[in-house]
Design a protein around this ligand. Structure first.
Ligand SMILES: [Zn+2]
Length: 111
């Protein structure tokens, strides 16, 4: 028995758009990066009022681990990795996300 649930709710949305908290305009964010020492910020600005929104903050260590994760993920696409490695990858990803969340709380983008 198969149940296909096709709920097509008509909604008008700008694809990938976000709404600015400050001016309420919807815009498609374009992510920019900015380096300050070993800290790298990813952010975007509102098209209309210029308010900056922080996407992520990374330091050199975290970027290294993110690269490590991506390298493994790329390898996995070509040839499936072992269960053990996949578990390590999942742990690495979780750790990276936690570290990114922490950094995001510490560093605040001005402007
Ligand atoms: Zn705005």
């Amino acid at each position: 028995m198969s149940r296909k649930s096709k709920k097509n709710k008509p909604r008008i949305v700008l694809k990938n758009a976000v709404r600015c908290d400050k001016c309420g305009c919807a815009f498609v964010p374009e992510t920019l990066t900015q380096r300050e020492g070993e800290i790298e910020y990813s952010f975007f600005r509102c098209d209309y009022c210029g308010k900056a929104y922080l996407v992520s903050v990374t330091n050199a260590d975290l970027r290294k681990d993110i690269r490590r994760y991506r390298t493994l993920a790329e390898k996995h696409k070509i040839k499936p990795l072992s269960e053990q490695t996949l578990r390590e990858m999942a742990a690495l990803k979780e750790q990276n996300l936690k570290r990114a969340a922490k950094l995001r709380q510490i560093y605040i983008l001005e402007g």
